[in-house]
Ligand binder design. Structure first.
Ligand code: NDP
Length: 256
């Protein structure tokens, strides 16, 4: 049977588009990179330490017929962040989608948080996405997308120890809304996705506090990285055309 143009574009809705996914070597970022590539986008992904895992994600995308490259870039390093955006745009000759996924998780009593830890988490979770969006905005054309990965902890801090993490993720709400206003006239959408407990190295479903976290969701269970990736893909595609300044929860009802 011959595939019609409409069928082909439905199968690969992001064909011809180029994406940068920060923190794409593992967990949620890897799932997003794989999903955007499966939808047809050329994907650059960043990593901090795990070059081997980043190369594995690139290989998996290429073996499936997609295009991908890996870039080392610590999200806490301003120059590395800017350079990674420039390198992605250079590599693909364009940039259409930025996914700010790289993030530092930290849980601990408020009084005990050291200054360097506060700086590290804010640099990674807030300044990194801010600078990446700033650098990406110079490349994005009409139809461009900026999608940041927040956290259900930005909406509901269900247990103690989340002061720094929740502060950092809540800051992305301001960034998302302000950029939606600023970039809207250019036809660029800016959104936030709040995952609930998702089974990754950062938050394994068999970890110490897993039962507690799952118990705070409505569904009573952890989500998978691919669950978050599906919503990112929706926002990145034509279905996200009229969604901007929004926060979409993929949290199993954590915030309900
Ligand atoms: P993982 O720890 O499983 O993976 C982290 C990924 O980000 C890796 O690719 C890692 O690279 C990269 N990374 C970490 N720090 C940096 C940095 N400073 N600069 C660049 N890359 C970095 O995390 P998750 O997949 O669980 O989390 C992804 C995002 O989702 C984060 O923003 C997190 O806050 C958020 N989130 C996660 C939830 C969960 O339950 N898992 C819940 C809510 C939000 P490398 O492999 O090189 O170390």
């Amino acid at each position: 049977m011959m595939m019609t143009t409409a069928m082909a574009s439905a199968a690969r809705p992001l064909a011809g588009r180029a994406a940068l996914v920060t923190g794409g070597s593992r967990g949620i970022g890897a799932a997003i990179a794989l999903r955007l590539a499966a939808d047809g986008a050329a994907v650059a992904l960043t990593y901090r330490h795990r070059e081997d895992l980043a190369a594995g994600v690139v290989r998996e995308i290429e073996e499936a017929g997609g295009r991908a490259c890996a870039l080392r870039a610590d999200g806490a390093d301003p120059e590395a962040v800017r350079a990674s955006v420039a390198a992605a745009a250079d590599r693909w000759g364009r940039l259409d989608i930025l996914v700010n996924n790289a993030g530092a998780g930290v849980v601990g009593p408020f009084e005990g948080l050291a200054l360097d830890e506060v700086d590290r988490v804010l640099a990674t979770n807030v300044r990194g996405p801010f600078l990446a969006a700033q650098a990406a905005a110079a490349h994005l054309a009409e139809g461009g997308r900026i999608i940041s990965i927040g956290s259900c902890m930005a909406e509901r801090v269900a247990f103690p120890g989340g002061s720094l993490y929740a502060t950092s993720k809540a800051a992305l709400t301001g960034l998302t809304k302000a950029l939606a206003r600023e970039l809207g006239p250019r036809g660029i959408t800016v959104n936030l996705v709040h995952p609930g407990p998702i089974d990754t190295d950062m938050n394994p479903a068999d970890g110490e506090s897993a039962e507690l976290q799952a118990g705070f969701t409505s569904l009573g269970t952890y989500g998978r990285p691919a669950d978050v990736a599906a919503t990112v893909a929706h926002l990145a595609g034509e279905g996200g055309r009229y969604i901007t300044g929004a926060a979409l929860a993929v949290d199993g009802g954590f915030a309900a």
